[in-house]
Each structure stands twice: as C-alpha cells, then as structure tokens.
Design a protein around this ligand. Structure first.
Ligand SMILES: Cc1cc2nc3c(=O)[nH]c(=O)nc-3n(C[C@H](O)[C@H](O)[C@H](O)COP(=O)(O)OP(=O)(O)OC[C@H]3O[C@@H](n4cnc5c(N)ncnc54)[C@H](O)[C@@H]3O)c2cc1C
Length: 393
C-alpha cells in the first residue's frame, strides 16, 4: 500500500527502501499501539506511562536509532532518525520529546563523551527502554543563558559534591537517572546521578498547558555526591552541551513536520466533509487558501529537513543550519496547528481532533532546545559576524 502522507514534491523518491521501511514500521506501531493511549490520556488528563511504553518502543528500535549497534542502538542514519521523529510527533509531541531526550540528550553524550565502561553500563539498557534518563540543563534562573548556569560541583577527593536546581526537565520524575550539568573549576561537566541518590530529589510539575501527557518536572541537588566514575570525561565545555542539543534540534525539525502533517490532513478531510451554506467548506476560496498555505509551508520544511539529514550523514552540517531548520519548521507547525484548529470551527477545540493537542505541544517546542529568538540570534551572528546575545547596560 502506498505511504499515506503529505508529499507534494515527491520526497518519497529521495528515500532509500531501508528508510521507508523504518518509517512505515514506526507508523504502524504508533498508530496501533500508542495513539489510542495518547488520546485516552488526554481525555482523562493523565500522563502516558513511559515505564510501560518505553520497553515496547525499545523493542521496535525507536530508542537510540543513530547510536551504533554494538551499544544496543539502531545504527540508523540521520534521515531515519528524522523520519522516526516525524512519525512520533504526528501522534504527539510528548512521544517525540521522550525519544529525543533519551536518544539525543542522554545516550548521545554518553556515547560521545563517556568512557567505555559508562557506554557499556548505560547505553544497551537505555536502548531497550528498560532504563529512562533525563537531561538536566535548564535552571530556575538560567534558561537560554546556558553558560551562566548556577548549579555547582566541587571536588572533594575522588567525589564531586553538587548543589543547585534544574527545572522544566522532561521525564524528571520518571527517570531512573539524570544527566546533570554543573559548573566546576575545570569547566562545565556532565554528571550521571541515579534515582535515590542521597540529596537528589525528582519532582513532577502538575497542570501544564503543553505536552500534557508527558512528564516534566524539577531536579533538586543538595550536597549530592557523585563519584568520578560517573562523570563524563569528554564533556567539559558548553560547546559539548550544544553538540547534544543539535541532535535533538534536528529531531525537532522533523517532529514539527509530523505535527503539521497531522493538522493538515485533519483539516483537509474535515473541510471536504463539513457543509455550510449548501456546500462543503473546502469549496470556499478562503478555506482553500488556508489549506494551500499549510501545504506550501510543510513542503518547504520537508525539503529543509531532508537536505539537513543528508548533510549530517555526510558530516557537513553546520549548527547554524540546524538552527535554521528548527526555527523555520517549528514556526511552520505553529501556523498549521492554529490554521487547522480554526478550520475545524468549534470542533477544533475538542480533544477528539488532534490540532488543539498539537497547538499546545508546539508552543513548548517553540521555546525548548533554544527559543525561536535564540535561533534567530545564532543565524544573525553567522551572517553578520556580530553577536547580539549579550549586551552591557
Ligand atoms: C515542555 C518542556 C520540556 C523541557 N524539557 C527540558 C529538558 O528535558 N531539559 C532541560 O534542560 N530543559 C528543558 N526545557 C527547558 C527549555 O529548554 C527552556 O525553557 C528554554 O531553554 C528557554 O529557557 P527559559 O524558559 O528559562 O526562557 P528564558 O531564557 O528566560 O527566555 C524568556 C524569553 O526571553 C527571550 N530571550 C532570552 N535571551 C534573549 C536574548 N539574548 N535576546 C532576545 N531574547 C532573549 C527568549 O527567547 C524568551 O522569549 C523544557 C521546557 C519545556 C517547556
């Protein structure tokens, strides 16, 4: 059966058979096993049970897709990872967030910057979904200004002592361990802290208006002792943090396409069936303009992310190009969610249709992994040679 999706420019022809099979398998699993759980969780205002779901996702190869197979990963290319993110977010952004955090923000730094022992200890278990990690960077007083982080780690013999707080952390209360960044005399380091460590508290943030089925919360660190063997030796600078963020930002650029596809397809079907003033509303020029605008923006976003995946696989992608795709595609998905919601009229406000879910989720995506403004400043600096992040008053 032909793949059902938004593909106005024949992107399908550019994908290998392996890439298409990977994506189709992901879609089949998600539509059958996961989408009903998401819709149910929304109606009941509950969280998805990731402890139950993650092992199933691990079994079908959704976790650590680009991590080498010798560490339990999928050994997939970036386009496959992107297509996976598209399919996940087509269902719900919280699913893509989970996979992007687990794969790009926790497994990737362990693989890139960890010791062989750390890789063997954590990566296979994470890839199987038996262990969930979270990524602790954002703090109550430091969000975009990553370099100004206030969490500190002081060395005492062979042990580091951490103090500080992290907030807005995905999977904070569910995670079996956290990868936490702290300032030290030797630079910004990454610490692996298991659940239950003395002085380490994981809390869930209730009642949020975005990513409602996903766990987001806080991490508190009060004299938390971390042995040297749980510090990633290769991660000592803020640029190493950004290397991880780039993985997740690339995934977001594809995830946004998934959310936008879901909104566009819902709006197209709905407007062809819904009749007002004696004709389907899709027969009216204003409605067609909105549908066409969505299609145009999705198509442009697909071409960006497709090319970016190929550049990453060739080792040629600049981080500014990742910023451009994240910024453009999230803004595109934001427009599509808003437009689809409005074309559905009052039904657009119901959880029986996906646009309003995507609308809330995409607001979080607009802010996390570098806000839209921050990516604008990254691009502004690249083209002018002048940084506009900081100013002296
Ligand atoms: C659902 C969700 C999940 C998240 N998951 C994680 C996670 O797993 N791990 C993690 O570490 N973090 C996570 N975050 C946090 C996220 O990465 C931060 O919210 C983000 O980096 C922005 O930081 P902030 O919210 O403190 O905003 P701020 O940095 O305070 O920014 C507020 C506003 O000021 C603007 N601004 C800031 N600096 C400038 C400037 N120089 N010029 C112009 N405008 C500027 C911003 O663009 C924004 O509009 C998550 C957030 C959400 C919503």
């Amino acid at each position: 059966m032909a793949f059902k999706g938004v593909d106005y420019y024949g992107i399908e022809e550019l994908l290998s058979d392996e890439e298409k099979m990977f994506r189709n398998a992901a879609r089949g699993f998600l539509e059958k096993e996961v989408e009903p759980l998401v819709v149910n969780a929304f109606h009941k205002e509950e969280l998805l049970n990731m402890k139950e779901l993650a092992p199933k996702m691990g079994e079908v190869g959704m976790i650590g897709a680009t991590i080498p197979q010798e560490y339990g990963g999928g050994g997939a290319n970036y386009t496959q990872f992107g297509l996976l993110c598209q399919e996940l977010e087509r269902v719900d952004g919280a699913l893509r967030s989970f996979v992007a955090v687990q794969s790009g923000l926790v497994m990737y730094p362990i693989w890139q910057f960890g010791t062989e022992e750390q890789k063997r200890k954590w990566l296979p278990q994470m890839a199987s979904g038996k262990i969930i990690g979270c990524f602790g960077l954002t703090e109550p007083n430091r969000g975009s200004d990553v370099g100004g982080m206030e969490t500190v780690a002081k060395k005492n013999g062979n042990v580091w002592v951490l103090n500080g707080a992290k907030e807005w952390i995905s999977e904070a209360s569910t995670a079996d361990f956290a990868l936490v960044y702290a300032r030290t005399d030797e630079g910004v380091k990454a610490f692996l802290i298991p659940r239950g460590t003395e002085g380490f508290t994981q809390t869930f943030t209730d009642k949020k208006g975005a990513m409602r089925v996903g766990d987001v919360g806080t991490l508190a660190l009060n004299d938390v002792k971390v042995p040297e063997e749980d510090v990633l030796p290769g991660s000592t600078r803020v640029k190493h943090v950004f290397a991880c963020l780039n993985q997740a930002r690339f995934g977001i650029s594809w995830g946004a396409i998934g959310a936008a596809m879901s909104c566009y397809e819902t709006a197209l079907n709905y407007t062809k069936q819904r009749e007002q003033f004696g004709a389907p509303i899709a027969a009216y020029q204003l409605v067609q303009r909105d549908l066409v605008n969505m299609l145009i923006e999705i198509t442009k976003a697909q071409l960006l992310s497709y090319r970016l995946g190929r550049l990453l696989d060739a080792g040629k992608a600049k981080h500014q190009q990742i910023s451009l795709a994240k910024k453009n595609n999230v803004e595109m998905a934001r427009m599509c969610a808003r437009t689809a919601r409005s074309l559905l009229g009052a039904n657009g406000c119901s959880y029986d249709y996906p646009p309003i879910r995507h609308m809330g989720n995409i607001e979080a995506v607009y802010t996390y992994q570098g806000t839209d403004f921050i990516h604008t400043l990254i691009l502004g600096q690249d083209i002018t040679g002048i940084q506009a992040f900081t100013r002296k008053l």
